[in-house]
Design a protein around this ligand. Sequence first.
Ligand code: PMP
Ligand code: GLU
Length: 396
Amino acid sequence: MLPISKMAAAVQPSATLAAGAKARQLKADGQTVFDFSLGEPDFNTPAHICDAATQAMREGKTHYTPAHGIAELRGSIAKLYRKTYGLEVSPEQVIVSNGAKHSLHNALAATVGPGDEVLIPTPYWVSYSDLVQMTGASYQLIPTTEAAGFKMTAAQLKAAISPRSRLVMLNSPSNPTGCVYTHQELEALADVILEAKLGVISDEIYERLVFGNATATCFATLRPGLPETTITISGVSKSYAMTGWRMGWALGPLAVVKAMANVQSQETSNPSSISQYAAIAALEGDQGCVEEMRREFEARRDLVCRRLNELPGIRCPVPDGAFYAFFSVQNHIGRTLGGRKITDSTAFCAAALETAHVNLVQGSAFGMEGYVRLSFATSREQIHQGVDQLARFLQG
Ligand code: PMP
Ligand code: GLU
């Protein structure tokens, strides 16, 4: 019999991907599903990006590339950070991978292992805990509250640091809450981090999707010393509707990026050559498409929050970024809905799917009970219909 390793046995399937797969299966079985599970733009990749990929294929750019990505793309990424945030990075400090999830894996694999601890503000994106565990390191969750905007304070971080703490994971704009830390809030965290000599993985994948007066901050730029201790992660999946192309990146201190490149060279070799050329077109081409999609997400945010807050017993804080509404269902815990006793967020989501055909993700998958995540990366029509369904469902 083939054994299953301890590491693999401990890994949970991604709850968000599992929820998306469930919706796909139900639809294939002919059922109607109002699917708000996956954080994936419903737009197709803009045409000029697809054209660049086609051209790359026609020109024979279909071979292995350097494992850490072609110089031209790494140059484009370095230029982007210089231009957008004033962060000086060389192309050698950039590595491109098979999606930001892979970049996160490489970053963790290159920096922590057994005996080390990673600090994770909670709620957190589903994959962080499993990705940390896969390295043999452990994690400590730092719980936040809705009243605090789901943000970790500097005092909370300071109190959580142990002698084994090595890294802090930051994610602003956040998945699943959509909260966006201000410059000042991040500066306060930076001071604690620098004093405790911790490293940072700053996952900034939603940086282009901010609403109203909110602005995204590149954490590494906040204080001298941070570029030497921070790995910045981002990618094209969310900003350019390119989830299927699997194209993410990391940038940071040269020694760490080299270590990540070594891991990648043994693990996957280069990410798709064709996707790399598409990513160059995305970053260097007209940015109008990004703003167009951002504006639509903002309109959907306004719509979904207004509609959810009209529902009995639902409280939905307004997110400043990303495309998630993270709302409280605490008032419904203990009720019976759709013939099912609502004991927690998982039971709420199961009943909503069974009875109302509305597919949401339970807050517990993100480390926070009593809440539910709704991805509004879907049409306004779907949002209206789905919330109508939820309204009927909540009547019991
Ligand atoms: N970080 C966060 C916070 C995310 O929500 C996602 C979504 N998949 C990722 C990283 C990974 O993105 P991808 O691998 O598609 O680039
Ligand atoms: N990040 C998205 C989400 O949270 C996509 C799913 C995933 O990569 O796990 O829904």
